[in-house]
Design a protein around this ligand. Structure first.
Ligand SMILES: [Zn+2]
Length: 226
């Protein structure tokens, strides 16, 4: 899995190729992060001791059908609320999921179930066995990528003079992320990426993924200025 913060940064970087429409980029950045929320189900499945909890990752939120569903859903919301920006948001959201899937396919050593629920896993990496040290860095790198994403939001807010009240918090979150990266990288290399410390990592990762999406939404004035 490329790190969720990395997906968000890719979303922002794609700005120059996107038409400027209200809420389009906001949808695109959130759509880039959304697919990895399926890890909530992975967490639930492991807590409930269901068989093969990892098997839920990169399935229903990483499917081409989900893109179609989301775009239609926001079209309906746009029609109901009579607000065109929801339609833009939906198109951005769908495009964001598509970008996430493409980045997932190319980077970071896993397959994607592109046509879920009809199977159809695409995996360019089936030949690759992820060494233990790399697996650790890919996991704890989630915090690192979130940290860079928050710093990026902060510097954009400075450049466009937007969301002045949220610059402090986004910077604080960035430092929290960097500290967590250092802490868990040390823990995992010293005592192993398993057991209680791995559960703590998983819980914090999910919490911070939600935090990243909330901060993105709150800083929409910044994202809309790019
Ligand atoms: Zn993913």
């Amino acid at each position: 899995m490329p790190q969720a913060g990395f997906h968000a940064i890719v979303g922002i970087a794609s700005r120059r190729w996107m038409p400027k429409r209200e809420w389009l980029l906001l949808g695109l950045v959130l759509g880039n992060m959304f697919p990895d929320l399926d890890n909530l189900l992975v967490a639930y499945a492991s807590l409930a001791r269901l068989p093969n909890p990892e098997g839920y990752h990169r399935t229903f939120t990483h499917s081409l059908f989900t893109i179609v569903f989301m775009v239609l859903l926001f079209h309906v919301i746009a029609a109901l609320t009579k607000k065109e920006k929801w339609k833009n948001f939906g198109i951005g959201f769908g495009a964001g999921i598509l970008m996430h899937i493409l980045v997932d396919l190319v980077l970071w050593f896993n397959g994607v179930e592109l046509l879920w629920p009809f199977g159809g896993e695409v995996n360019f990496w089936s030949w690759f066995i992820t060494p233990g040290w790399l697996k650790i860095l890919l996991d704890t790198g989630e915090f690192l990528a979130f940290g860079f994403y928050f710093l990026l939001l902060d510097s954009l807010a400075m450049r466009y003079s937007t969301d002045a009240n949220l610059r402090g918090p986004s910077k604080t979150w960035a430092y929290i992320e960097f500290a967590l990266f250092a802490l868990f990288t040390a823990l995992f290399f010293l005592i192993g990426a398993k057991g209680l410390q791995y559960q703590a990592f998983g819980g914090l990762y999910l919490l911070l993924l939600v935090v990243a999406m909330v901060i993105t939404t709150r800083m929409k004035a910044t994202i809309e200025s790019i």
